[in-house]
Ligand binder design. Structure first.
Ligand code: ADP
Ligand code: MG
Length: 344
């Protein structure tokens, strides 16, 4: 049976906006006026506001052949919330702008908004506006997130000090393995559409790629323990690249230990199958959305047992360089391989 397909044109632009935002609710006291006017109104009540934007372009940042619209909606919100947490702020509002072609039906956009709404609901964020426009073919999503932080408690990339502990949440490299698995299946499918996808029960790594989460628990834990990181960044382009950002902006060096890198067993297993060193995936694989931060060594006793993050090294002075110590005791200079989601 063919799926129901409602053309966007049958609703018109305003009808579509009403339709997509029909379940919208306000969750935060700071949202004074939400969707429906020329602008939204926010009252920060003595807090400072953090603002961040990310744009995702079909064919560049995502591929609808292996990413459902619901996952895409969810992930586009999460990548922005992750940036807000990386500033040590609490996300409160987002705006969502989309450029769409008539390739997409109203039902397809409903799926996208299901994912967007789910993320808003789970993270207690209000959708307070956006823009809807036409594109020739592909889908473009631009999300702006706003977050609240207590006065001067925001954390930048530039405050790391000598001897600070380098910490990372969760585990690394899984999202990259998920992407490789999906790319392999896409290639096989294009060669022969009758072949059933073999995703090898890799739920964990596939979810890490398709449905990442932002590390709000870590921000809440640090706040509860009254620990203010000296520098912080979220990992979207791989640990190496983000560590170098902190070092550059803090004018410091670093030493990271291979044996301390948090890597999930599933990531190791699939990396081995693909003939990639799990360490390489952890250092250079992108889209993990873990938090990388530095804290004073004086906090060691407080953090050593915390299960939300691991200490992977320490900050040195700039003249000591930026290094990675392998399990074989080789000191290798950290370089940013970067992360390019589209490699053909
Ligand atoms: P204007 O012409 O003044 O820019 P619009 O007609 O574009 O207003 O938007 C009307 C309302 O709907 C505004 O509050 C706007 O922020 C909101 N809005 C528009 N597009 C979207 C969207 N894709 N998702 C959520 N809200 C939207
Ligand atoms: Mg508009």
């Amino acid at each position: 049976m063919a799926e129901k397909r409602t053309e966007i044109a049958s609703l018109g632009e305003f009808g579509l906006i009403d339709h997509l935002t029909r379940h919208n609710e306000v969750r935060n006291a700071s949202t004074l006026l939400s969707i429906g006017d020329d602008g939204a109104v926010i009252e920060p009540f003595g807090k400072q506001l953090v603002v961040t934007t990310d744009m995702l372009v079909e064919g560049v940042h995502f591929d609808l052949m292996y990413m459902s619209l619901k996952h895409l909606g969810y992930k586009s919100v999460i990548v922005n919330l992750s940036d807000i947490y990386a500033m040590n702020a609490e996300p409160s509002q987002i705006t969502v702008s989309i450029a769409i072609s008539n390739r997409f039906s109203v039902e397809a956009l409903d799926e996208l908004y299901e994912g967007i709404n789910l993320a808003c609901d789970r993270y207690g964020v209000d959708l307070i506006g956006g823009d809807t426009t036409t594109s020739q073919k592909g889908l473009i999503i631009s999300i702006t997130a706003i977050g609240e932080v207590e006065e001067n408690k925001f954390v930048t990339r530039s405050g790391a000090q000598e001897n600070d502990l380098i910490c990372v949440t969760g585990d690394l490299g899984a999202a990259y393995m998920g992407l490789l698995l999906l790319e392999r299946e896409k290639k096989l499918y294009l060669e022969n559409p009758n072949v059933k996808p073999d995703l090898e029960n890799q739920t964990y790594i596939l979810e890490r790629f398709m449905k990442p989460e932002a590390r709000r628990q870590t921000i809440a834990w640090l706040k509860e323990k009254k620990i203010l990181p000296t520098a912080m960044i979220d990992i979207s382009d791989g640990l190496s690249s983000e560590m170098l950002h902190i070092c550059k902006q803090s004018e410091m060096g670093c030493l990271i230990y291979e044996e301390k890198l948090p890597i999930h067993d599933d990531t190791r297993a699939i990396a081995e199958k693909f003939g990639i060193a799990a360490t390489t995936a952890a250092l250079n694989g992108g889209e993990d959305y873990e938090l990388l931060f530095t804290i004073s060594a004086n906090e060691y006793e407080k953090v050593k047992e915390c299960e939300l993050f691991k200490i992977i090294g320490h900050i040195t002075t700039a003249d000591k360089g930026k290094y990675f110590l392998t399990n074989g005791n080789n000191k290798i200079e950290l370089i940013a391989q970067g992360w390019n989601p589209i490699k053909n």
